[in-house]
Every structure is written in structure tokens, then in C-alpha cells.
Design a protein around this ligand. Structure first.
Ligand SMILES: Nc1ncnc2c1ncn2[C@@H]1O[C@H](COP(=O)(O)OP(=O)(O)OP(=O)(O)O)[C@@H](O)[C@H]1O
Ligand SMILES: [Mg+2]
Length: 514
């Protein structure tokens, strides 16, 4: 029987869970006893890779060898870090965290082969693919990915038997997601999701770091930090202060920079005003999710708190103001995503490879259903003619609208413009606006060569399909000739992709991860 695990690859903390023989998920602590491990990596000059707390402390020696918050760059295909003259992508660096989780977990429960990795609901295609690649570079069989709020809802539905129309509020270290779900028995149906992949505890720590630097300057005229290493220590001090402010109304601080020591006190309300613009954005994104689900706040039966930053009192007060009751803090807000991902992994294995699933696990999951939606709109660019003015303009036409239940397949037909048109520019877009300038670059782009002599107005058929791993295939076809252009945005089975993964694995193979 293969061992199944769920991994929450977080911006600040990561965790791995497996399904026990009864089909219940359990967190597997790492070798140092950490149930959640800081998502930090340090390339030690002697060739070892340090992880977790040790990597965080080593950052104070040399920020250039340290990697933190790498998840924030997963969606940036161009981002790289250069360490000892070698370039590393976010997927490669994330694979080191996954490898550490896996290498510490397997000896405890048996060799883990099949995993599901969770991702923010708001992640775009590039980030989703990078996350799957990270798993493969770590040598894992990634049987699926799951949205973090979906995983949390799944865990609570199965283990705490929450029911009804539920809003999952997930504020973590780097990302914010809000999802609305219908939970009936063991059926979980996500109806809408909204979020920001650049809003979380990291942003709050940066604000407090700036606050400290400013206070120091005001009192001494000097600088609190003069290099990245000194700043790293202040960032961690800011995070500790922030956590204390969740418990106490005011916290005293001591700062030491280039002009001596400074002492002071920060009150919770001062801190709340530092993060007030983030709180306003959170409120707006909740409103967006409610709108998209066609809900009023009063339609929501329960607000489930997920993610470490949901402990912030101002966040909980905001939710109480919006929903008129206390949000629900059930279980451990840091662990529920990983636990839900393990349950989801069991479900996926049961669907795809039932003979490999323990009888106990299969029995526990036999009546469960999880339905999710796509978290962005996907479309294509074409020249559209305004019916009134007859003006022509490049327009983003949406083919799969945001929050469509997945898996799904949508067909549409477009038409050539000129006599003997030789090719069609085929572009896959991600974003809601009709204005191409507002949605950024297409996520895939190419040409469909057309047969000779086509009259204007000849059809070009488009088929977009979106699978349960939230990966897309887009096919543009000229029906008479059968010529087509295919964008397989799930590159997990592509030959070149596998070759790249092997190269990436080899690049990291010599490192010992501690
Ligand atoms: N008591 C607390 N008060 C305020 N913030 C807290 C508290 N406890 C943890 N946090 C913050 O929660 C964040 C970590 O939460 P979590 O582990 O859910 O995030 P993550 O999974 O790493 O990030 P993400 O889901 O965004 O990728 C950190 O920024 C941490 O400082
Ligand atoms: Mg998280």
C-alpha cells in the first residue's frame, strides 16, 4: 500500500500530514519535533542545506545564502536566486522544503510516495504549475493540488462536522483567501473564492519593522539596521512583537542600532492602525466573495478561521463587525490545511488508484465529495466590433468565467477576419476585464496556421477544459482542415517538462538537507 500525505507548503510555515489506518489525518512532526516547520532554507558554505529554525537563525549571518518567503515568487516565471554562482527557481528552492518534510516524515510512518500539495485559492496558473514541479523535483508523486481553504473546509467538515453555508477565512503568512462553501453531510461544494496572494503576516511584519526603524530614527537620528543581516533580526523581532500584541494590549520593545539603545511601548491600537489598509483590503475581498456567491453576510452560517494571522484581534473584530457573531476558531489554525490536504490525497487516490488505498482509509472516505471552482476567468483576445459605433478593438473574451464548477469544458466559436487569412494569433488570458490592458500578458500565446484560401468569417473553434487539479488545456481548431493549436497548461506529463525536472533534480542531488 502506498503511503499518502498532504503537504501545506506555506509562505512562513509548512506541515506534512498522513492518513492513519482509520483514515484520520495526523500531523507528522519533523526530526526536531516541530509540527509546523518554518519555510526557510539556508545554503551553508560547507554544502549542507539547513532548514526550519536553524535556517532562520543562519539568515542573520548571511542573507545572501538564505531563502525565506519563496512562495511569494511562485507565480513569477522569471524569478531566480543566485547562490554560489548557481541560479535557483522558486520551484527548486521550494522542493528543498518539501524534501525535508518528506525525509523526516517517511521513517516515522513508512515511505511516503503520493502527496497532495495545497496552494492558495488565488494562485494563478504559473504558480500552480511551479508548486507541482516543486513536488516532482523533490522526488514526490504529486497526485493533486488542492486550494488551501478547500482543504481546511474539508478537514473541518469531516472531523468537526460543520454544516451549512460556511465562509472560510484563511489569512496566513503571505496570502489571504476567502472561500464560501456549502457543506451538507460529507459533501463540500465551494461556490466562490477570492483573495490576494500578497497579503498576510509577512506584510504586517514589514510594517512593524518600518515602525521600529522610524521610531529609532526619531529618537536617535541614527539607523536601526545598516545591512540585510541586521534587518533580518529586526524582522523576526517585529514578528515576535506582533504575536505578543495578539495577547496583550501593549508590548514594550528594546531596539539597538548604530546610535545606542532605545526603549518604548507599542499599543495594540497603534499596531492596528499600522495594518489598517490591509484590514480594509481584507474587508473588500470578503465583500467580493459574498457578491460572487450572491450572498449577504447574513446568509453565512459560520465563519471558519484558518491561518496563523487569523489570531490577530483586529481581524477577528472585523469579522464580528461584518457577520454580527464571533468567527469560529476550531482546532489548530496552523495545521488544518495540511490535515485537509492529507484527506484530499486519500480521496484522489481512491478515485485514481483504489487498489493502493488501505481498507480503513477507503471506508472513511467512501461517502465524501469535494467540489471546487476555478478561481480566475480564462479567455482569449480577439478583435471585437462595437455594435453601435462599429469600432474595432482588441478585447478579452472570457471563455471560462471565474467560479465555474470544475472539472469543466467550454466550447466557443470565433471567426477569421480577412480573405485568405493565414494564421490566427492564439492567446490564453487569465483575468476578469474585457480590457486587455487590465489583465496583463497572456498566460500562453502562439499561432494556429490556417489552410490556404479560407473565406473571411470562417470558424475557428475553441475548447477550454479545466481539470480537477485546476490545470487547463486550451485547443484552437480550424474545423475543415482539423489543424489545431494546443496549449497544455498542465505540463506534468509533457516530455520536455519531465526532462527539465530530471535536470533540476540532478542540480540539487548533491546537497544534504538537514
Ligand atoms: N498569535 C499570532 N498573532 C499574529 N500573527 C500570528 C500569530 N501566530 C502566527 N501568526 C502569523 O501567522 C503567519 C503564519 O501563518 P500560517 O502558518 O497559517 O501561514 P502560511 O501557511 O505559512 O502562509 P500562507 O498560507 O500565506 O502561504 C505568520 O505570519 C505568523 O507571524
Ligand atoms: Mg497557509
Amino acid at each position: 500500500m502506498s503511503k499518502i500525505a498532504g503537504i501545506d507548503l506555506g509562505t512562513t510555515f509548512s506541515a506534512i500530514s498522513h492518513l492513519n489506518n482509520m483514515g484520520r489525518p495526523d500531523i507528522i512532526a519533523n526530526r526536531d519535533g516541530e509540527r509546523i516547520m518554518p519555510s526557510a532554507v539556508f545554503f551553508s558554505p560547507d554544502g549542507r542545506i539547513l532548514t526550519g529554525e536553524e535556517a532562520i537563525r543562519s539568515r542573520y549571518d548571511d542573507v545572501g545564502r538564505s531563502v525565506r518567503w519563496i512562495k511569494k515568487h511562485m507565480g513569477d516565471a522569471e524569478h531566480k536566486r543566485t547562490i554560489d554562482g548557481k541560479d535557483y527557481t522558486p520551484a527548486e528552492l521550494s522542493s528543498l522544503i518539501l524534501k525535508k518534510l518528506h525525509q523526516d516524515a517517511s521513517p516515522q510512518v513508512g515511505e511516503i510516495t503520493d502527496v497532495v500539495i495545497s496552494i492558495p485559492a488565488n494562485f494563478g496558473e504559473v504558480a500552480r504549475k511551479a508548486t507541482m514541479d516543486a513536488g516532482k523535483i523533490a522526488g514526490l508523486n504529486v497526485v493533486g493540488i488542492v486550494n488551501e481553504p478547500t482543504a481546511a473546509a474539508f478537514y473541518y467538515a469531516i472531523t468537526h462536522e460543520i454544516q451549512g453555508h460556511v465562509l472560510i477565512f484563511d489569512l496566513g503568512g503571505g496570502t489571504f483567501d476567502v472561500s464560501i462553501a456549502n457543506v451538507a453531510g460529507q459533501d463540500i461544494e465551494i461556490v466562490a473564492s477570492s483573495g490576494d496572494s500578497n497579503l498576510g503576516g509577512y506584510n504586517f511584519d514589514q510594517k512593524l519593522t518600518e515602525f521600529f526603524a522610524q521610531k529609532y530614527k526619531e529618537e536617535t537620528g541614527g539607523n536601526l539596521y545598516s545591512d540585510d543581516e541586521e534587518k533580518a533580526e529586526i524582522e523576526d523581532y517585529a514578528e515576535k512583537t506582533k504575536k505578543s500584541l495578539s495577547k496583550k494590549d501593549s508590548v514594550s520593545y528594546k531596539l539597538k542600532g548604530d546610535s545606542g539603545r532605545v526603549q518604548g511601548t507599542i499599543t495594540r491600537s497603534e499596531y492596528d492602525s499600522l495594518i489598517s489598509s490591509d484590514l480594509a483590503r481584507i474587508e473588500m475581498l470578503i465583500e467580493t466573495a459574498l457578491d460572487e456567491a450572491e450572498d449577504e453576510a447574513s446568509d453565512i452560517d459560520k465563519v471558519l478561521l484558518v491561518g496563523g494571522s487569523s489570531r490577530i484581534p483586529a481581524v477577528q473584530s472585523l469579522l464580528k463587525k461584518m457577520f454580527k457573531y464571533e468567527p469560529s476558531l476550531i482546532g489548530n489554525v496552523d495545521e488544518c490545511v495540511s490535515l485537509g490536504a492529507a484527506l484530499y490525497a486519500g480521496l484522489r487516490m481512491l478515485e485514481d488508484n483504489p487498489s493502493q488505498v488501505d481498507a480503513g482509509i477507503a471506508a472513511g472516505l467512501s461517502d465524501v465529495k469535494v467540489g471546487d471552482v476555478c478561481n480566475h476567468s480564462y479567455g482569449t483576445l480577439c478583435i471585437a466590433v462595437d455594435e453601435v459605433t462599429q469600432a474595432e478593438a482588441l478585447t478579452n473574451v472570457i471563455i471560462i468565467p471565474k467560479n465555474t464548477a470544475i472539472p469543466c469544458e467550454v466550447n466557443d466559436t470565433f471567426y477569421t477576419r480577412v480573405d485568405g487569412q493565414e494564421k490566427v494569433n492564439t492567446r490564453v488570458t487569465q483575468g476578469e476585464s474585457a480590457d486587455p490592458d487590465l489583465i496583463g500578458d497572456p498566460i500562453a500565446e502562439g499561432f494556429l496556421e490556417l489552410p490556404q484560401g479560407l473565406p473571411p468569417g470562417s470558424p475557428v473553434e475553441i475548447k477550454y477544459s479545466y481539470d480537477k487539479d485546476q490545470r487547463m488545456t486550451c485547443v484552437f481548431t480550424e474545423p475543415a482542415s482539423g489543424k489545431s493549436k494546443v496549449f497544455d497548461l498542465d505540463l506534468k506529463s509533457g516530455e520536455s517538462s519531465e526532462r527539465t525536472i530530471e535536470g533540476q533534480k540532478a542540480k540539487l542531488a548533491d546537497f544534504t538537507i538537514e
